[in-house]
Design a protein around this ligand. Sequence first.
Ligand code: ADP
Ligand code: MG
Length: 671
Amino acid sequence: MAKRQTAAWTSGAGLSARRSNLFLRLLRFARNDVSRNSEKHFTHLAKLLEIEEAEEIAQFKEFFLNKTPEERELTGFALLRLAVHEIHYSGAGHMLLSFKYQIKKPIPLYSPDAGDLVTVAPTGSALADNFFATVYEKTNEIITVALDRHPPDWFNEDELYDLSIAGNRGSYRKMREALKAVATQPHGRLAFLRDISLGIKKPESYDTVKPEDIAFLNSSLNQWQKEAVVMALSSRDIAIVHGPPGTGKTTVLVEIIRQSIAKGEFILATAPSNTACDHMLECLVKEGVHALRLGHPARIMENLRDHTLDFKLAHHRLARTVDELEAEMERLEKQRGRRRDRGALSRIEREEITDRLRDTKQEIRMLENQIFAEVIEKAPVIIATHTGASDSILRRKKVNLLVMDEASQATEPSSWIPLLHAEKVIFAGDHFQLPPTVISKKAEDRGLNRTLFERIHGLVGDSWKKLLRVQYRMNEKIMNFSSREFYEGALIADESVKHHTLADLPHVKHAPETEESFIFLDTAGRGFEEALEPGSESRFNREEAAVIVRHLNRLLELGLKPQEVALISPYSAQVRLLSSMIEFSDLEIDSVDGFQGREKEAVLLSLVRSNVEGEMGFLTDTRRMNVAMTRARRKLFVVGDSATLACIPFYRDFIQYAESIGAYRSVWEAT
Ligand SMILES: Nc1ncnc2c1ncn2[C@@H]1O[C@H](COP(=O)(O)OP(=O)(O)O)[C@@H](O)[C@H]1O
Ligand SMILES: [Mg+2]
């Protein structure tokens, strides 16, 4: 049969036409199949996005309709009865309103944060009476919001106001548009990158880069980091830098960016959060790279605001001229109105004023364009969050290289927003740390928290992904459990951190508590029961909190500084409880999610769960535990109930690991 077919294929002239016909049909069929697959994938994502948005709106409504203002405040979604403290302006010209509580008291830890969109409404008023603003900064007692325009006429400095989180609807629209563009792109770079992401095409290389060809700008890169840089520079399309905690992903990206600048390329650097963008900006600025940060200055760290587009536009040498021209326009318009009202405007005068107005307007537009072009032209690197990367600038300029930091924290729809502009992309992330937060359980279960990073990591061959192996953060004992459970034991602690302890810090005294690097304190059998916080449905454990505070006080007694310690718990109710027990303002207390990407000399971790049913909730996602443990540089102190924890093999391993290195303690001996 096979033979006959071969013969038929190769005999007769008319066959070649038939063959090519068949070939075309096959190709069309394959193409249809490809586009069908692609369509299916992106339609599915769009559907998930819809579910997520609906959930966000529903939750939001619930907060407003079903909760009392006081409940909203307790759950961190509102601040009530604030008095106007000051009306002023930011360096970039935004109007700022500062508020403080009418009665002197601090702004709670969980409350609208810098960058959040909020509504401002008179206390006790109907919800319709409000205006939008963006939280600009928050200190212990003062919260400041930025306005895009003047407040409405009814705004009165002597009244009291409520601030409520209003969410951010624009980002859904951007994600939807991005998905549509990707799904329907017939050819070009975007279509090629999409097809790689679907496993239809394979990444290609330039084959021109050899390690010895590269003059590394950062001379301290380790072997694996160098290999990652070489890989990134050789890639034509896509490459993945897989970096477990503290292994220098951002360091590698900075080197890739600098190498790329040296080649005269234009780079877009993105991350899902403003914090991660700021971190990248900080690292680049430290290396003397001229980077431009897109985004509302309110969402950007104060010491970095000089690098924002808004600030640079406002401080350009021609900005004053624009201001003067705008004032001139205002003056002309007023003059025209006044004289018209008095009936004292002749036709010639009217035409003259109209001409002057038109010319001034044109001049302003020209100057603004010039300012914009000059500011953009100067920066070889633009930094933005994924949703901030849809700016018109990026439509004007070809992005030779896109680097995405914390890519394992970004949902796929959001990742496509910057990808729309990219010729080539380098991802950095770690899919064994926390995935992006998805609000809707349904959307999560159907895969909205499965990242593009993770999918591509599973698709591309080894030549397009590099694991960074040396970590520069943790004492070896803190590292080893994570290394074994998540990274096949591949991690190596750098000599500089391998054995470091709190006692090595010059200001810290020697004692068992500062010499040991890892302790698991087991509360089993002491009746430290978890409890549900009324109103928030989150959990806390009072006795566990007391144990944590006792250990904290001991460490502080031994000389550790509050800013060197973090108290972490997966449960926000426990975070609130701990915060209420502690007076140091520079000691950070937060959820695991809030600490991702950060580090502290000592981490005290309260696992909270203790119940006879063995219910583990949040703790079942072991990636959360991976993040929590790996924030610690010199000391990790974990408190939990082994009887509850042991329901999950991961925690059984954890307890065994603690025992195997002599780090297991029972609360019976410790108290
Ligand atoms: N090759 C290296 N030699 C020494 N220190 C390094 C090296 N690479 C990274 N580091 C340090 O390790 C820490 C973590 O690096 P970073 O790039 O922020 O890691 P990640 O992005 O993976 O969290 C930083 O303090 C950084 O300066
Ligand atoms: Mg990083």
